[in-house]
Ligand binder design. Structure first.
Ligand code: 4NP
Length: 154
């Protein structure tokens, strides 16, 4: 099972999702069965570490984002990953434009694994205040646990 999280820059939301979901998957005993990665639809930050604010907010919850480096999603990702999960609707729209017709996996919104959240999108915190980073972390952590629980039931 291979899961790719995708946001716009791959420096805030999807790296956070990669690390938070890896922890949730490990706690659910799934770590050896799932490959987890992240990417961005944009190319502005390729090769760069995550945003310093994303790193520091995540670190306060025990997540280490520092080793990650941004990369841009490409058509080849649809051959490798089974599930490609977008952090917001505009990212999903972009992914739908590059989705090969042969892709047989799941392409959708990450937060749809947790309908009780009452929102389907993780807000883009880049350049915003600390409350938006915390809100993004809250949503990502909750959805990570929900996704790990769903996969553990299979
Ligand atoms: P992310 O946040 O999509 O959560 O990584 C962003 C980071 C950078 C930009 C936009 C969103 N940017 O325009 O550079």
């Amino acid at each position: 099972m291979r899961i790719l999280f995708v946001c716009l820059g791959n420096i805030c939301r999807s790296p956070t999702a990669e690390v938070a979901f890896r922890q949730a998957a490990t706690q659910a005993g799934l770590a050896d069965r799932i490959e987890i990665a992240s990417a961005g639809t944009g190319d502005w930050h390729v090769g760069k570490p995550p945003d310093p604010c994303a790193i520091s907010h995540a670190a306060r919850r025990g997540y280490d984002l520092k080793p990650l480096r941004a990369r841009q999603v490409g058509a080849g990702d649809f051959s490798h990953f089974d599930w490609i999960l977008a952090l917001d609707a505009s990212v999903l729209e972009t992914l739908e434009t590059i989705r090969p017709s042969t892709f047989g996996g799941r392409l959708g919104l990450f937060l749809d694994v947790a309908p009780s959240l009452g929102t389907r999108e993780v807000p883009d915190p880049y350049g915003k205040g600390p409350e938006v980073y915390e809100r993004a972390l809250d949503l990502i952590e909750y959805a990570s646990r929900a996704l790990a629980a769903e996969l553990a039931r299979r």
